[in-house]
Design a protein around this ligand. Structure first.
Ligand SMILES: Nc1ncnc2c1ncn2[C@@H]1O[C@@H]2COP(=O)(O)O[C@H]2[C@H]1O
Length: 233
């Protein structure tokens, strides 16, 4: 062990080896929090090493301090976003409904979302009229009606208004509260802007819209088959 250390410069160079070892480990880390923490620790070891040298490496130390400051700033940003999501009403549900979205994207949605409450019988969307927003149901149940006929139900953790958001057409159904409902309304224009600004937000929103449409298509197919069988039998 001692021989190996001597080959690599002895105890004196240990902070440098630790610095580069931690930096190398950080290359494998995919969690952005740990990546930044490891990079900061790596540069701190390098600062220790540079200040142990007989001729202080001031330019190296100065650059290391810049890198530490940048990573601390970005880490603080990430923690601020996480805190914002955790403290927001509905933030936890947004996190569950959008499991592939990172905290910064979720914080953007929290900032553009509004919490709405509906009483029994109040309409969230009206067939043929523009849907105001893309909605995530936080609590309660809604019924979906087309031409006055009930075609489905949407509950906690599910989305409403994805067709209007995706295509820009008017609401294809009337969605009415079945009892008290609490929801998050994501303003359509601001959400579209967030999707244009942030590729990750766009990808995750379109992914959940795809899943929501698939689920609704499957249950609509089941209902159609049940109706046809009931008529035949
Ligand atoms: N068959 C259905 N089952 C469940 N939800 C529906 C059904 N048809 C329409 N919806 C929802 O009702 C919403 C009305 O507004 P959108 O057309 O934007 O998006 C629609 C869907 O979110």
């Amino acid at each position: 062990m001692l021989d190996i250390l001597a080959t690599f410069g002895g105890w004196y160079d240990l902070p440098a080896h630790l610095s580069y070892l931690i930096l190398a480990i950080s290359f494998f880390v995919t969690n952005i929090y740990w990546l930044r923490i490891l990079v900061i620790v790596s540069f701190l070891f390098e600062i220790v090493y540079f200040s142990m040298l007989t001729s202080y490496l001031w330019s190296g130390i100065a650059w290391d301090l810049v890198f530490v400051a940048i990573n601390l700033y970005r880490l603080a940003d990430l923690l601020r976003a996480r805190r914002m999501v955790n403290l927001a009403s509905g933030g936890h549900l947004l996190r569950t409904a959008l499991p592939n979205m990172k905290d910064e994207g979720l914080a953007q949605l929290v900032a553009l979302g509004e919490e709405w409450t509906l009483g029994e019988g109040e309409a969230l969307t009206r067939q043929g009229e523009p849907a105001e927003a893309f909605f995530l149901i936080m609590e309660g149940r809604t019924r979906v009606e087309v031409d006055g006929v009930r075609v489905g139900a949407i509950g906690r953790g599910e989305f409403v208004g994805e067709i209007s958001f995706l295509t820009g057409i008017s609401a294809t159904a009337t969605v009415v509260a079945d009892g008290p409902v609490r929801l998050i309304a994501l303003n359509r224009d601001r959400l579209a802007q967030a999707c244009r600004d942030n590729a990750e937000v766009s990808a995750v929103i379109h992914e959940v819209i795809g899943e929501a449409l698939a689920r609704k298509l499957v249950s609509a197919n089941r209902r159609t088959v049940a109706d046809v069988q009931a008529q035949a039998g």
